[in-house]
Write a protein of this length. Sequence first.
Length: 238
Amino acid sequence: MNKLNALWLYHEAVCELDKLEMGVRSTPSRLKLNKLHAFLTEQQSQLTSIQKQLDTKEAVVERLTAKVNELEKACELEASEFEVIQNDEESTAAELTEARSSIEKVLKEVAETRRELFDAIAWIEKAVTEYREMGSKASRAKKEYDVLRAECEKEQEEAKPAIAAAREKADKLKKDVEAVLLEKYTFIKTRHAVPMAKVANNQCGGCNMSLPTSVVKRVASGDGIVECENCGRILYTE
Ligand SMILES: [Zn+2]
């Protein structure tokens, strides 16, 4: 058996192992699980964001409520002052006008602050509804997620023996491969999922590029590593 034959056999075993492992990672259940996981993560971050905004808004409500109370007290004070001025025979018309406009100013501020407060409360009510709806949607998705995860774990468990056998086979064949070849193969595999290609019709089986006759001959000799000039895969011919 020449050097490249051993590498090819190892390569085939590695491809088989990759295929089995990839198969488990891409079953319909697993793909659905991945999608659901992304959905749940997104929901969670949205829920956290709404919660933060709610906290901020609740602080605003608290501040505005205190302000309304203060302004109402100020309003009462202004009203009693106005009464004093009104009942004082020595008060001038100008003083009365000033006191009245002072009350009006405070009343206007009360109205504005109240409006702000109601807006903030309405915002909170809407956000709470949204939060609840999102939360119940997320909890339904979580249930579905748990079922799917159990299915995926079952699939994984079922695939284990075949994967273990394929790994054992690859490990065994690896021992027959020359260290230099193995190193090269492992390096190329970091760039190509399938790092070795057969030569067919004077073409690289990996990228279909036509190969010069000299290259095809060198590959056929089976002596050393010949890489495809185009894609860099290790070429092999039986
Ligand atoms: Zn190629």
